[in-house]
Ligand binder design. Structure first.
Ligand code: PHE
Length: 344
């Protein structure tokens, strides 16, 4: 019987060694150690043994059982370890593989141009201020010397929301708001970028929504020559040192005198070409000395303070600088167009 037990141990260990997975091992366990297995059978037959043999066989049977169980346990943990290792290997990250390239977006050209213009004015000592796009009639028009029924309101066809509320037609209301906040004390030296809205039919040069940057400098002794100097410095920084400006008389209700500002044509350098309609000049912005009534309405004493203001279209500045021929490109968001501004 002892021999039979040893033989069983041998067989069981061999089968354990051969098992390739946990399931097979379990079969081995059931086969040898289960209730119907050969060892249980041996133990059952112990009644026939002599009292001398009985404890020996019993002891052996227990040893064999423990041994088989030990082998199975060891094999189980070995198999589990191997499985974990191969799983780790399969799921492992190869850090030497090249990464998937991330598609980088580009800054929108209008954002880039606004930031560039802001930076130039910051360099000239201006701060940056913003205001609401839904504006009151009061700030958009009345406070800028444009009472109701004033014919100049027709210059800017508006989107009204209610009688008193509209989508702002210009960034100029930010001037009025800022002056009002300052309680009649200068200096006020700001640029105000933002979206504006006008009831225009969209075409290559018109858009019902576009962007402006407004500028305002109010202090004691601000003169027209200051306006010219600031704008000339700005234009040279933005378009290039070789460019210059000229001022032509114009009309805006909130400035007096008012001017249109032209810059020398970048294509013909002032010689005259198709782009500048053979004048050598391109109109880029409106400006003027702040109307005394506007100063007064915003709490500034026009006897003490004077100032200049200007307003420019961001799209126009972007189109001139980058040779863009249709304003709609900025708003249709074709990535082939936008990607060209990756390095701007
Ligand atoms: N707000 C004017 C416009 O949109 C531009 C402007 C601003 C002109 C400030 C003069 C001074 O047409």
């Amino acid at each position: 019987m002892i021999e039979r037990l040893e033989q069983l141990a041998e067989e069981a260990n061999q089968e354990t060694a051969k098992a390739e997975n946990v399931k097979e091992l379990d079969k081995v366990r059931v086969k040898y150690l289960g209730k119907k297995g050969p060892i249980t059978e041996v133990l059952r037959g112990m009644g026939k043994l002599t009292s001398e043999e009985r404890p020996k066989v019993g002891q052996k049977a227990n040893e064999v059982r423990e041994e088989i169980q030990k082998q199975i346990d060891e094999k189980t943990s070995a198999l589990e370890r191997k499985e974990l290792e191969s799983r780790l290997e399969a799921e492992g990250i190869d850090v030497t593989l090249p990464g998937k390239p991330l598609k980088r977006g580009a800054r929108h050209p209008l954002t880039a141009v606004v930031e560039e213009i802001e930076d130039i004015f910051i360099g000239l000592g201006f701060g940056v201020t913003e205001g609401p796009e839904i504006e009151t009639d009061y700030y958009n028009f009345e406070k800028l010397n444009l009472p109701k029924e004033h014919p100049a309101r027709d210059m800017q066809d508006s989107f009204y929301i209610t009688e008193e509320l509209l989508l702002r037609t210009q960034t100029s209301p930010v001037q009025a708001r800022t002056m009002e906040e300052r309680n009649g004390r200068g200096p006020v030296k700001i640029v105000c970028p933002g979206k504006v809205y006008r009831r225009d039919d969209d075409d290559a040069t018109h858009s019902h929504q576009f962007m402006q940057i407004e500028g305002l400098y109010v202090d004691e002794n601000i003169r027209m020559s200051d306006l010219k100097g600031v704008l000339e410095a700005f234009v040279k920084k933005y378009f290039g040192e070789e460019r210059s400006i000229r001022l032509r008389p114009s009309f805006f209700p909130f400035t007096e005198p008012s001017v249109e500002v032209d810059v020398t044509c970048g294509i013909c350098k002032g010689g005259g070409c198709r782009i500048c309609k053979h004048s050598g000049w391109i109109e880029v912005l409106g400006a003027g000395m702040v109307h005394p009534r506007v100063l007064e309405m915003s709490g500034f004493d026009p006897e003490v303070y004077s100032g200049f203001a200007f307003g420019m279209g961001v799209e126009r500045f972007a189109m001139l600088k980058y040779g863009i021929d249709d304003i709609r490109h900025f708003y249709t968001n074709d990535v082939r167009f936008l990607n060209q501004f990756k390095r701007v």
